[in-house]
Design a binder for this molecule. Sequence first.
Ligand code: AMP
Length: 402
Amino acid sequence: MKVLVLNCGSSSVKYAIFDDGADKVLADGIVERIGGFKSKLKHRFGGGAILEQERVVPNHEEALKIIIDLLINGTIKNISEISAVGHRIVHGGEKINRPVAIDGKVLKLLNECAELAPLHMPHNILGINVCQRILRHAVQVAVFDTDFHQTIPDYAYIYPIPYEYYEKYKVRKYGFHGISHKYVAKRAAEILNVNIEELKIISCHLGNGASLCAIKNGKSLDTTMGFTPLAGLMMGTRCGDIDPAVVLYLMEKEGTCLDEIARILNERSGVLGISGLSSDFRDLEKAAEKGSDKALLALEMFIYRVAKGIGSFIPVLGGLDVLIFTAGVGENSSTIRSRVCKMLQCLGIELDEHLNLEKRGIEGIISTPASDVKVIVIPTDEEKLIAKETIKVAEEVFTLVN
Ligand code: AMP
């Protein structure tokens, strides 16, 4: 069964087409800066050849058409070969907590969840709408970032505010990046050749968005993101945890409206807000080397919060066997990994600095044999996990239909 996986962001569409039970990638790529004058397209054919283009891509529908044209010119003969489309959906709220085939009822629930993740959900839903037009014959499946965190216990997901707000509005911690945390935890168990049920894992998904997840017996017990993906660690442009009174104070002092305060916390904060330079950690590392105090401060703050967050999950798990680094920063920045691990030496974590330098964007153990905790770099592969979940749901649908 050929499965197309789509991850529709605000200005980008990431995609991959799989075959053979999602074990074979036929092609993948990304269309970025959709809506701008110079959108960027990067397509990788199954054989490894890469096509890079700059062209005008006015909207997501056009991006999808370009992707399908590319697939037809070299990967598949006809779009009817695509049996299912797996959509990465950021928020399923409390009502949907497993991968589902998308019908009118599911779409209505997704629209209800949209206000819970306003930066992501409208684009996720747009992707579904476009596919329902262009790939009408295929089963559309929603796979949720919140799904993996359904095992977090109530004492960890309820906020200490009047309980009626949980009852009335379902205000609680949901957690995100679940697809990534689940994938890397499973992969860590495979690499170590140990049953996942026997491992206490902390997964550090450090990208433009960043979160930590405490995993025991293969289940998420806690995570740093919350009601929305704004909570927890400091991120590229998001503030993470701050005293909530700061929001009230700023609104009063600056006369800031709700929309503006949401923009400040989501888009103008994090390492970008502190450095005033960039949300990209590569830029910050370069600027810090050249002596930028603000870039240095932003990096110090980020590292401090990651290490502190890891420490806070030790009692949740009752110890730690495996620490995983994944996503753009986690996979590539040996400096950040090294500095986080130095702060955690009291836990018996010891990095092999040579291995740490070597593992940039590639999988491997980076701790010394003597380290009490195995530290592993694992490039995340959310698309593969989405494809596998999509196949399961599509097969159920096909069984019902036949
Ligand atoms: P993601 O959200 O997982 O795609 O991660 C994107 C982020 O990864 C970018 O904003 C960069 O800051 C970061 N990144 C990518 N490559 C590197 C690198 N070699 N060193 C440091 N950070 C990197």
